[in-house]
Design a protein around this ligand. Structure first.
Ligand SMILES: [Zn+2]
Length: 248
């Protein structure tokens, strides 16, 4: 796999021996690759990512994987708050409001190859390939609802929950009943926290709850035209079932 290594970001520090466990996907929301390189390599911006992928599929390696790049900001996943120390960040040259507002097939093809290479190298679990919006659902939207998760799912780069039957998930539902977690909303929140999401503030704050649900929907249910609470609930239960009962 070929990378362009000519541009280097000064924005990184030590991982402090944390093991790489997560891959975080972002979009730049800038005009083009040139602007993104300048931005991510400027000291004063205090941001970076390990990789940047251009619209024509060129991969730029801006920070060596062994260092801690600064891409996640304030975020949370499965009780980890210092996501940068545990992750590899990949930026895509994409702006929902710019001329680069398509996830080109060359870009996605390079992204898939890069993800597979990172997974193999660091033995990363499929379920740990995340959107920035997964780890910062209250303040980030990238890579957004048009990102082709389906294409990654079809090639088995990420997990698929579609083939899980309603009957399988009964175990999970019975378990919630046993622990007296009864309303759908409570179950949704609890399941999301077991999956890894930050649910610390959503129990009492409806606005934050709605933000979390829309982050989940943009990641997992964006292909559906109509989504109600029941559909979100069913999907999350399948998701949790898959996470708990399968290794990868
Ligand atoms: Zn981001």
């Amino acid at each position: 796999m070929k990378y362009i290594t000519k541009y280097k970001s000064p924005n990184y520090n030590s991982r402090n021996k944390s093991k790489i466990q997560l891959i975080i996907i972002h979009y730049t929301a800038l005009r083009n690759t040139k602007e993104a390189i300048t931005y991510l390599c400027t000291k004063e911006k205090k941001v970076s990512a390990h990789y940047l992928i251009s619209q024509n599929g060129v991969i730029y390696n801006l920070v060596n994987e062994r260092f801690r790049a600064w891409h996640a900001g304030q975020s949370f996943w499965q009780d980890i708050v210092d996501i940068n120390s545990f992750s590899i960040g990949i930026e895509l040259d994409y702006n929902p409001n710019g001329k680069n507002n398509k996830f080109s097939s060359k870009m996605i093809s390079s992204l898939k190859k890069l993800i597979l290479k990172i997974i193999d190298k660091h033995k990363i679990n499929k379920k740990n390939i995340l959107a920035h919006s997964d780890i910062s659902p209250f303040r980030k939207k990238d890579p957004g609802k048009y990102f082709p998760w389906k294409s990654l799912r079809n090639e088995k780069i990420i997990s698929n929950f579609q083939n899980i039957k309603k009957n399988d998930t009964k175990i999970i539902e019975d378990w919630f009943k046993k622990y007296n977690i009864r309303t759908k909303k409570r179950i949704i929140i609890f399941a999301l926290s077991l999956i890894g999401y930050d649910t610390r503030k959503v129990y009492k704050n409806l606005k934050q709850y709605n933000r979390l649900i829309s982050a989940y929907k943009s990641r997992y249910l964006s292909e559906l035209t109509y989504v109600n609470q029941e559909i979100v609930y069913t999907y999350i239960i399948k998701h949790l079932f898959k996470n708990l009962l399968t290794k990868n």
